[in-house]
Design a binder for this molecule. Structure first.
Ligand code: NAD
Ligand code: USQ
Length: 384
């Protein structure tokens, strides 16, 4: 199958490109390299010393004999998206090419608007290019579990039955996002459902939980590593806790630490994407997958990281600090997740197992984390 990966240079996009190419797919991709620039903007860098895209592509060819095709360009530019989609005519587009950081979107009006324009307009350009050039293409769109927020009832997988004043309907499960970033994903969802309704674009809207870890089996040498961020803006809590443990920084659950989310290891996220790509929706179908392996509170995450860190001679001290975000710190959280297991998904990497891979790998880059230690503690506040 020909697969086009939007956001090929990213944390997920780079390992996914190798994973799919290594499993018989013809892979091409797009990136504008903005993630690299945006991390520098806030004074940090990836703990892993990632190579320029040109070297990544060469290293992959040297290791496997296979080619990955890459286009540098901005998804916000409609003519660029139009040209690459028309030229490559993919069977599947995996859209990972958005700004993924909640804290970045909360910095100020410029960062909020940049995130909104980048994510919503880039996605719309892909929808129009599919309609014009590859109407049968499967769009695998990365949304987030955070679209649903933390309601005090179970979370359905996209849609749920509602019985209201004697009438019944199947409706989208309510969205209650918690940042300007998460809101862009909700806007994308409505745009995708609308494009499906009017043009019949076949789509999988993936509500993905937080992905953790740094390694996949395709990273056979350091030129093939993916990025791993740990600063307050681009690092997720779990990846931050690992980096914090490596440099002897306290692990930082925010507030009471009862914030619970779905998590999955990088390797298992690859497995999920492959299953979704190889089992596309029917013609004109829009479907939603909730995608995670395990549920943890941030306090649980810190305890796991601390426990495993001690096995490597690291201290892993936990310090619940003032929460810079506006969010529920103790809440009910019980999302459904049936669609991917029904297609054969079997989680293989539990948090603890993955930590035994991530922590020793990160210890190799202790100096790089230490060099940007100032970027760890949160300074961006959600409140006015
Ligand atoms: P990432 O920032 O590492 O990757 C995104 C890539 O897209 C980057 O390389 C960036 O340069 C590129 N990009 C962004 N805007 C672009 C544009 N306008 N034109 C071209 N390229 C552009 O992020 P990630 O962690 O790999 O996440 C990928 C997707 O998955 C995002 O949509 C994110 O919201 C979603 N997601 C991620 C996680 C997670 O834990 N990493 C969890 C749930 C959902
Ligand atoms: N948190 C801490 N300590 C930290 C950092 C964060 O306790 O040092 C807390 C946050 O307050 C939040 C929780 O951890 O309650 C998750 O925050 P996060 O930064 O790990 O993740 P989040 O902002 O939710 O965003 C990440 C990805 C995003 C993806 C989302 C999936 O960056 O792209 O969409 O996870 S989900 O969480 O399901 O919405």
């Amino acid at each position: 199958m020909k697969v086009m990966i939007m956001g090929m240079d990213g944390y997920l996009g780079w390992p996914l490109s190798m994973y799919l190419s290594g499993r018989g797919h013809d892979v091409c991709g797009v990136d504008n390299m903005s993630r690299r620039k945006n991390v520098v903007e806030i004074g940090s860098w990836s703990a892993t010393p990632i190579k320029p895209i040109k070297r990544r592509l060469e290293a992959y060819k040297e290791a496997t004999g296979k080619d990955l095709t890459f286009y540098r360009g901005d998804l916000v530019e409609p003519s660029f998206v139009d040209v690459v989609v028309e030229k490559e005519k993919p069977d599947c587009i995996v859209h990972l090419g958005e700004i993924p950081s909640a804290p970045y979107s909360m910095i100020d009006v410029e960062h909020c608007n940049y995130t909104h324009v980048n994510n919503v307009i880039g996605h719309n350009n892909i929808l129009f290019a599919i309609k014009d050039h590859v109407p049968n293409c499967h769009l695998l769109k990365l949304g987030t579990m955070g679209e649903y927020g933390t309601p005090n009832i179970d979370i359905a997988e996209g849609f749920f039955e509602v019985d209201y004043r004697g009438r019944k309907d199947k409706l989208p499960f309510p969205r209650q996002p918690g940042s300007w970033y998460h809101l862009t994903k909700v806007h994308d969802t409505w745009n995708l459902m609308f494009a499906n309704k009017i043009w019949g674009i076949r789509a999988t809207d993936v509500m993905q939980g937080v992905v953790h870890g740094v390694m996949t089996d395709d990273m056979v040498n350091d030129d093939l590593l993916t990025r791993f961020d740990f600063d307050e803006v681009w690092g997720t809590a779990i990846n931050r806790f690992c980096a914090q443990a490596v440099v002897g920084h306290e692990l930082t659950p925010y507030g009471k630490g009862g914030q619970t989310r779905g998590y999955l290891a990088l390797r298992d996220s690859m497995q999920c994407f492959k299953i979704a790509i190889e089992n596309p929706p029917d013609e004109r179908e829009y479907r939603v997958f909730n995608q995670y392996d395990e549920l943890y509170s941030v306090n649980d995450l810190a305890k796991y990281v601390s426990k495993v860190a001690e096995e490597y001679g690291l201290e892993g001290k936990i310090w619940n600090i003032e929460n810079p975000r506006v969010e529920a710190e103790e809440h009910y959280y019980n999302p459904d997740m049936e669609h991917l297991p029904n297609l054969g998904f079997k989680p293989t990497y539990t948090l603890e197992k993955e930590l035994h891979i991530t922590l020793p790998k990160l210890m190799e880059y202790k100096d790089r984390i230490e060099a940007k230690r100032d970027s760890i503690n949160p300074k961006i506040k959600w409140t006015a």
